[in-house]
Design a binder for this molecule. Sequence first.
Ligand code: ATP
Ligand code: MG
Length: 420
Amino acid sequence: MSKYIQAIRGMHDILPERIAVWQHVEQTAREVLAGYGYSEIRTPLVEVTELFKRSIGEVTDIVEKEMYSFADRHGDSLSLRPEGTAGCVRAAIEHGLLTQPQRLWYQGPMFRYERPQRGRYRQFHQIGVESFGLTGPDIDIEIILLTARLWRRLGLDGLRLEINTLGDSAERQVYRERLLDYLASRADRLDPDSRRRLTTNPLRILDSKHPETQRLLTDAPSLIDVLGEETRAHFERLCAGLDAAGIAYRINPRLVRGLDYYNRTVFEWITADLGTQGTVCAGGRYDGLVEQLGGRPTPAVGFALGLERLVEILEQSGFAAERRLDAYLVAVGERAEAAAPALAERLRDALPRLRLQSNCGGGSFKSQFKKADKSGARFALILGDEELERGVIGVKDLRGTSEQRELSYADVASFLAETL
Ligand code: ATP
Ligand code: MG
């Protein structure tokens, strides 16, 4: 036997036994998004590398160390998408969608070469939202309320909201100088990555997960102190909107997010139930990005949520999957087996939503009945040569105590329609 090939480290199969919770999250999200008038957009998994460099920023963890980049056969540098915003903005510009406000969402796999650990994978899945053409803060409030509604619909009450404002680029410039003043004399206490970023991208240091760097930052100057009137008012109205809607939040002045394109509003939803990988959903405003990618200046705000993390907390909270099958068709005897496929089709014609599994591969009555029970189906439908002759089917409720009954084909369909 030859050696079997395994999946790539950090990239996971989602097996049938876990699929129900995934589908539940995806379906619930789809319903919530439709409830706010968002339309789905699907973009390629691969884009030219330049797109991510220009949008996410050259000096970010993602672009510096996490991208799956390769040269195609023609020698062009391409990358597997590490996030969804860049592709979404590219598509919106390319197809002229930005002449009017747009509320878009996407879902799918993202790829980052990170150290695999709980809640951190190399292929992971996001659902994201991007809204274009609206300056906020009303739309900022809307998308935060939308996420809060999604948690409620999923029955999750352990998520905390943190918000911050990053100001505008001129304000960040002022802040950058202040932060540099503070950090330059303390550079020896910074971790190596942060020390390097003193000269390349000092704001990124606020995002460091290094404990000693974080300690050093507790007394660093705050960005909120350098904000002008306009950005301050935007932030105050955001807070007031969340207050009015009864959404609790904490203002976290260290929240800067790992991507360069954000300005003004940023936010994260965090859980204590996933250890250190606690951020389930993160987003913010990125008013400069469309222009940076060659479009006309267009305000924008969005978020992305990590499906693996969301699925894990749902599983922890005891998510119970719905029944997968309504009925299992048992057919014993040569003629009954031959008649079973056509009969099953008749039932599916009569009840288009019926989830019916036919026994395939024969077997004794006993072994087929065991399979019916194991399948989790509510009913076993039983067809033997003798039933076939009389034009009836045996119906046994596998989850109840009632006696097995016999019904004509037409009656089986109406019985199932009424009962399921
Ligand atoms: P983190 O700080 O955890 O690295 P991030 O700031 O890199 O997150 P974003 O790029 O904002 O994350 O992505 C949004 C969400 O996608 C995250 O909050 C998280 O839930 C999820 N996510 C990001 N990277 C991964 C990953 N490698 N594996 C699984 N989920 C991820
Ligand atoms: Mg990251």
